[in-house]
Write a protein that binds this ligand. Structure first.
Ligand SMILES: Cc1cc2nc3c(=O)[nH]c(=O)nc-3n(C[C@H](O)[C@H](O)[C@H](O)COP(=O)(O)OP(=O)(O)OC[C@H]3O[C@@H](n4cnc5c(N)ncnc54)[C@H](O)[C@@H]3O)c2cc1C
Length: 464
């Protein structure tokens, strides 16, 4: 069969791949995208979106328990786990269909099958009907990542789950162990704990949410413990003994090994890039710890080959993948896009309370040699937060004392995942403390705390 030629071929239709394909098509390129499983990738089907749908259910459940505080009555509060999961799957399905529609609208050729790159400029796709050969000068790898499995702690879908099992649980855990307190682990811990599971989180580092500012981690831990979670830091799960309906976890903490029983374990110990089976070794592509090594323009060291999103390494976030997709499509179409700067990418965790941050932590800014000014503003000082019944939280800002550059912003509390973008825009526009202080924030909003935090860094906060 003759091979089909395209201007650009994208492998993987997650938020990196499908966005790259659409942007390429917008720029007049003849684009093909190959996907082996589901349009929208992990993000839409097994990641960002279905988790947020689950967390919304647990948030509403939590609020229903607080009905009396708001002068409301809610009796017989309960949940139907199957219905909660059904809603989450429905949301994912709706968006998955939307991606297919968008690709069609932009006249992108979508091929369902498993792709590999047998040689420079060539893509081979195994489809249900046989093998299709495609050619293009530009091939974009956007094959994403999957859950990392540690020896002895592998998921079995029954007692030990990965995020995929945790999104479609066979039962409601009664006694749950979550291994790993990164965004994925903490979001599931938050969801199941809110619905009533007796939840323990084990983190090998010295604090939960270890990539966040230490003050935010400490705040988060306090909130989680108040909600009934057990948090074990500087602790490592060494072994899981699987019995009938029971797992005994051997947890090393403080130099001793403790044994604890659980009925369910969620392993959230990171992810590994989907680099296998693509033919990358034969092409001479460099792989570092399961990720393709790229330059700042996502070029993978072989003529016309690019890698974007999770397969290209941290931060493993959908918006990073999409932005790299746009950048690469523009590059291929002959444009001169700016490279994606990892430090400009905000991270959000949708646990309760939410956590969001961008830029350097206080420790990193100090390590980098900056003389800094730090502003803090607590939710308790904000009218809207009190009116919402959400008085717990903190907005922390870090400035370069010399230039006034906003080096980092760190937030914990209600809706901070929506607020953080204000600081991201500010940093993109290279704003200084002066611009932020002179900006008028609407009242009453949670965003006023972003203003106050900046004012506080310069000794000018009004409401504390
Ligand atoms: C539980 C969970 C929650 C998350 N929550 C968030 C969040 O709130 N916010 C956020 O920003 N990020 C979140 N993430 C991370 C986010 O999902 C990823 O960063 C994002 O999906 C990466 O996009 P991608 O396009 O690089 O890869 P993916 O979304 O993984 O897509 C890759 C696609 O490539 C396909 N593929 C792989 N190999 C081949 C092949 N050989 N041939 C054809 N197709 C192939 C796969 O089937 C897949 O569809 C979460 C992840 C998880 C697991």
């Amino acid at each position: 069969m003759a091979s089909k030629a395209f201007d650009m071929i994208v492998i993987g239709a997650g938020p990196g791949g499908y966005v790259a394909a659409i942007r390429g098509a917008q720029l007049g390129l003849n684009v093909a995208i190959v996907e082996r499983e589901h349009m929208g990738g992990i993000c839409l089907n097994w990641g960002c979106i279905p988790t947020k749908a689950l967390l919304r259910s647990s948030e509403v459940f939590h609020l229903m328990h607080r009905a009396k505080e708001f002068g409301l009555k809610a009796d017989g509060i309960g949940y139907d786990l199957d219905a909660v999961v059904k809603r989450s799957r429905g949301v994912a399905k709706q968006l998955n269909g939307g991606v297919g529609h968008l690709l069609k609208k932009h006249k992108v050729t979508a091929i369902m099958g498993e792709a590999s790159v047998p040689a420079e400029g060539k893509v081979s796709v195994k489809t249900e009907k046989g093998t299709e050969e495609l050619t293009s000068k530009h091939i974009v790898l956007a094959t994403g990542a999957r859950a990392r499995e540690l020896p002895g702690l592998e998921a079995d879908g029954d007692l030990v789950w990965t995020y995929k099992h945790a999104l479609v649980p066979p039962r409601m855990p009664k006694k749950l162990l979550v291994i790993g307190s990164g965004a994925i682990g903490i979001e599931f811990a938050s969801f199941y704990n809110t619905l009533g599971a007796d939840t323990t989180v084990v983190e090998v580092m010295d604090r939960v949410l270890p990539v966040e500012d230490a003050e935010i981690s400490a705040f988060a831990k306090k909130a989680f413990v108040k909600q009934g979670m057990t948090i074990m830091e500087k602790a490592m799960v060494k072994q899981l003994d699987r019995g009938k309906g029971k797992v005994t976890a051997h947890i090393e903490v403080g130099g001793k090994v403790e044994k604890h029983d659980f009925d369910t374990v969620i392993s959230a110990v990171g992810i590994v890039g989907n680099v296998e089976g693509l033919g990358l070794e034969d092409l001479g592509v460099k792989i570092d710890r399961s990720h393709v090594v790229t330059d700042e323009y996502c070029r993978a060291g072989v003529d016309g080959l690019y890698a974007i999103g999770d397969i290209a390494g941290a931060p493993w976030l959908a918006h990073k993948a999409s932005h790299e997709g746009v950048m690469v499509a523009e590059l291929i179409a002959g444009g001169h896009p700016h490279p994606v700067k990892p430090e400009a990418i905000a991270g959000c965790t949708y646990c309760h309370p939410q956590v969001a941050s961008v830029g350097m932590t206080e420790a990193k800014a100090k390590d980098a040699g900056y003389k800094i000014k730090v502003g803090r503003f607590p939710f308790i000082g904000n009218g809207k937060a009190i009116a919402l019944g959400e008085p717990e939280g903190l907005v922390k800002t870090i400035f370069d004392a010399k230039t006034g550059e906003l080096l980092g912003a760190h937030m914990i509390g209600a809706e901070v995942t929506e607020l953080i973008q204000g600081y991201v825009v500010g940093r993109q526009l290279e704003t200084t403390e002066e611009d932020l202080m002179n900006t008028v924030f609407p009242h009453p909003t949670l965003s006023e705390m972003m203003h106050e935090s900046v004012l506080e860094a310069y000794g000018r906060a009004i409401h504390i």
